[in-house]
Write a protein that binds this ligand. Sequence first.
Ligand SMILES: [Cu+2]
Length: 873
Amino acid sequence: MYSNNDDPAVGGGSPPSRFKASGLRSRHLAAHVLVAAWVVLALLAASAQQTLPVARWLAIHLFLLGAATTAIVVWSEHFAVAMLHAPLPDRRWNNARLAGVNTGTLGVLTGVWADLPVLTGAGCALLVTAATAHLVVLVRMGRGALGGRLAPIADYYRAAAAALIVGAVLGWLLATGNVGPQQYTGLKLAHVHVTLLGWIGLPVLGTLFMLWPTVLGVRMAERTTRLARRVLALTGGGLLTAVAGLAAGLRVPAVFGVALYAVGVAVAVQLFARTVRRRPAISAAAAWMLAAAAGWLLVGVVVDLALLAARPLAAVRDDIGSLVPVLLVGLVAQVLIGALTYLLPIVLASGPKERAALRAVLERGWMPRLATLNLGVALLALPLPSPSGTAGILLAGAAGAVFLALAVRVLVRSARGVLQDTEKAGAARRPVLWGTAAGAVLIVLAVLVANSGGNTDGPPLAAGTAGAGAGTGTTRTVSVTLFDMRIHPAWIEVTAGTALKLKVTNTDAQRHDLKVEDGPTTPMLAKGHTRTLDLGPVTKNREAWCTLPGHRAAGMTMDIVVTGSTDDAGAHEGHSMTATTDGGLDLSADFSTGWQPRDADLAPAPGGTVHKIELHAGHTQIEVAPGVRQQMWTFGGTAPGPTLHGKVGDVFEVTLVNDDTAMGHGIDFHAGSLAPDQPMRTIQPGKRLVYRFRADKAGAWLYHCSTAPMLQHMGNGMYGAVIIDPPGLAKADHEYVLVSSELYLGTPGSTAQVTKMRQNTPDAWVFNGVANQYTQRPLTVRDGERARFWVVAAGPSDGIAFHIVGTVFDTVYKEGGYLLKPHQAGGSQVLDLATGQGGFVETTFPAAGHYAFVDHDMRHAEAGAHGMVEVSG
Ligand SMILES: [Cu+2]
């Protein structure tokens, strides 16, 4: 490198004293303690692969995101300084970037493990920030630097940093479920390619141009600079094409891009092969390992190319899973080991003697280690039955662990040296101590995380079975197949109390597991593996899903739906199942303490002519009838959603934000005219859209979710009212809004619930979302006061015949026009609205008393569409 002793290639490099003065040695020490810590954790996670659901994901990311990223950030900066002959970047900022990368990584790993998307997002943001800072430093380093023959290699590092940024954003989209099932395959492949071939592959290739001749102890070939530029154009350009193509789900550009990348790698490998001379290398161990690593990169890229060329993307997504360990171990681990074998003694030793001693430690037994590692990779790579794969992991793991032990010895020995130096010099030893302490804290944290989250060792029997007594005594075993990123069947209907067993088989090429809500989880299942889950007697609805990051969001979920109870298990819980199973609600029962009715008052229209509203789509538990809680799909957190109020000509700018974790939603405002294509489109979780409409016409309008199946989205609560006052509307003493709808209990979207919707057999009919709420908490009016009742029939299927017992309407406004005004002789008894219509009626109450208001369809009135106006004297 920059030291003349070992480095014939980088002629005229910076003098070692400059680095030493900067405390570089202790910085390297600290950084490599971190690398070692991440590797240890990755090995731990890899050894737990069969038992922990996220372990494989965790092992890969601990290694690549933790260990490899830390090493690449440190070394790429270090080499860039040497090769551009640039001044050293500021040390504190340097430390801050490294801390940012490591903290961000920890956030991502913890977030995914503990299923905290906010933490995952924050970790990704920090990682992207640190990577951007790294990129900025590398770019600025090029400016004004002297440059040199190896200056083009810094471009590899810059391209790699950009790849990390793209990879982190894609990873965040995948892990937090911000990707629909349609985009999942393409984005997953784009993520794998940009991180493995970009963030890891490019700096490895670039560094080899310099490191390879150095390790061999030969002069660098004259055409290296030119070739390095050409190889970057091929690999970088190819990768860009491939990733863009994959992200768009297009196979042809992906094949073309990976082919370019493969050509680039081949050109580089050919140059390296020609550099070999008949004389002993400076470090034969390092040279052999680097050569083997480059070989695996070429193999990996060519196999990838063949897969992409021959098979559809969904199949590649599954098959590429088996390629990842090959690149991970064959390329990344081997390059890391080879490079460190050569480089650690250089950066950690204070003189030639110590350097030789450290190198001797690191090269100990390198030939058997090289053979073991590459045999392991070969076993992993070949499509052999599963014991050989396990043997491959064990062999490679053993080789890696031995090197790790040697590296730790070198680090410890070097740390002692640094301590002695600093004691002698009386200088600060803080960097080493901080680095070591940070490494220790990270290890403790990550091990805690690894052992706490996930609830993977859930109870063998499902929770909630205790009250079920002997249940029905029947046992049912259902075969469940994991295939094509789906769980088949997607729902299972069982009679309450049935002891349910799930025989889960994975027939997908990639691995999955199945976790039952409040219940057991299968281990990771490789292709063809089967495991039976015993849920015990089932008494309440449950969900089940695959716990791999992003898979649940991509659609790997299943509903277990309980129907027709044969005992009253669960009744004491007061949950909705009581109501759904015996077909009737106890509407005279008490609502829970603290329950509040939905305010029926129409709030005055806000001032101004432009109304900006942010409306969040989501889901929440609501007490929809006395003592009955139900999960509702909501706009603005309520069902019905908030009432919008304005006058003719007002503009409403509604920002719809989809807060749901797994479902797309849209919105449709009847109050405005516009082309539905864009504003009424479905947006995926986490997305937002602006819906702007002008209310040109007065009326009581419906708005509702525009996503199919609308029967379900509306039937689960996604509707609301827009009130546009007709011009010249007189002031009333009271204005109320009553949105009528049906109520369907049960797990939203489950077969049992959807069947009720299709057959139009709701569990109740309701005003403002809750059965009988205004019967128990009446609307209050004084006698002689004028009250206006706005009514909107939200359905999804039934209209309404709105009537108030004991009074007649003197004003009727229906669908944009007056049918009756007070000066006319006639009176009105019912405001009839078909599904989706709206209007208002006005009346005065003749005397104090209790005036019931109902849907005059008596089936509806008696099943919840009933309220009371309490008139005081
Ligand atoms: Cu919806």
